[in-house]
Design a protein around this ligand. Sequence first.
Ligand code: FE2
Ligand code: FE2
Length: 176
Amino acid sequence: MLHAIGSGKELTKMQYYALVSDILEDEAVQRLQFFRHHRFTTRLQHSINVSYYNYLICRRFHWDAVSAARAGLLHDLYFYETDAYERKEMPGQKSHSAYHPEVALENAKMRFALNPRESDMITKHMWPMTKAMPKYKESYVIVIVDKYVAALEFCALGFRRMKRYVWKKSAASENS
Ligand SMILES: [Fe+2]
Ligand SMILES: [Fe+2]
């Protein structure tokens, strides 16, 4: 089962999947499932969430939905724990927000042929933390979608965990 947060659609049965299956089935991209992201989810699930909503929005406006879907999956293609980088950050060193889009672009370029729009979307997805302005409409979409999805991930999954915790506590107190 492959879902994006907030959507009940089975993504493997949608046209979307055919556009990104080579990326999703890539061994390196699959490794993203082992990294925690935005506290309650994995980096792979976050990338799927961003990719799918990028795709829907760009398709709605007849923009480049294919590049939007593909860049969404690759925009956080880095293989270190965010917290660990932030803990070791030195004065004068690039912040994680400015640094990881560059790493993601390098990792993505090693594995897939990217068009200029996809490269721009990956490197600018943290704008305005990355100084250069986005060049394409689709790049502004990923800037917004990335933040929107992060908020959903924090709230929805945090809420689910809280519910489970409260339920366990009340079950334990009934049994005592
Ligand atoms: Fe990111
Ligand atoms: Fe992201």
